[in-house]
Design a protein around this ligand. Structure first.
Ligand code: URA
Length: 242
């Protein structure tokens, strides 16, 4: 590929900026100064350095974000801050997008990537990827509700697949519950609607897991990091090139 494309893919700057960087002798190819943007390089074999730093060319990138409340799971929005606004410049260069959506007021685990095949596999209803949510609920959830979740709750427009409702704690005085809900689908407002079907209301919703990925305890709300080698390896179950 052309050297300027390689540098742009690595997030060094725009094509125009890169031209200037090359003129200013800030780029080496295999230890030798290179000033031509048209120079053909082999990204697998050649060593490219910018300001003394070796650059590595990645096709796919994977970000794990602890989405805070108040941002939308989109790449662009006229009115609201998006999850892309929380990531670094490389995320935009690589054109990452969220794998599925969380509601604006939901927080927790969100995977963002530019690997379309992986996103497609993780969101495919056929793959039954489990997602676990922790919910604070206004109202006391019951064993009866657990049974309804287990049988598959019928909503107005569709019947949910069997889901798991675990009651973590009940506060009789405040009439509130803390629960964990695991679903294998991802329909619009699904968790909130399932709880509403039991006559209660979700007042806080956090996603804890998606497939093999778990929200790291040390990742503050609004923070993100790239997937670790282990997390990436855990995605091999989806049988797509990573
Ligand atoms: N279910 C919901 O109701 N909201 C979400 O954001 C995710 C699942």
């Amino acid at each position: 590929m052309r050297l300027d494309k390689f540098l742009a893919d690595c997030g060094v700057g725009s094509r125009t900026e890169i031209k200037t960087f090359l003129k200013k002798k800030r780029v080496l190819v295999n230890g030798a100064l290179e000033t031509s943007p048209k120079r053909q390089i082999d990204e697998k074999k050649d060593t490219i350095t910018f300001d003394g730093q070796v650059l590595s060319h990645e096709t796919f990138v994977y970000y794990l974000l602890n989405k805070p409340r108040g941002v939308v799971s989109a790449t662009e929005d006229r009115e609201h801050k998006t999850v892309l606004d929380l990531l670094d410049d490389m995320a935009r260069v690589k054109e990452v997008f969220p794998v599925g959506r969380l509601d604006k007021d939901t927080h927790g685990l969100l995977l963002l990537t530019n690997n379309g095949a992986l996103a497609h596999a993780m969101l495919s209803p056929k793959k039954h990827v489990d997602k676990t949510y922790r919910a604070k609920v206004s109202g006391l959830m019951t064993v009866e509700d657990q049974k309804r979740f287990g049988q598959g709750i019928a909503l107005k427009d569709f019947t949910c697949q069997p889901a798991k409702l675990e009651i973590l704690s009940l506060d009789e005085e405040q009439e509130s519950s803390l629960v964990e809900i695991t679903i294998a689908e991802g329909k619009f407002h699904q968790v909130k609607r399932m709880v509403a079907a039991c006559g209660k209301e979700v007042v806080d919703l956090q996603r804890l897991t998606m497939g093999p990925l778990t929200l790291p305890e040390d990742l503050d709300r609004g923070d993100y990091r790239r997937l670790t080698e282990e997390e990436l390896a855990s995605l091999e179950i989806f049988d797509v090139a990573l």
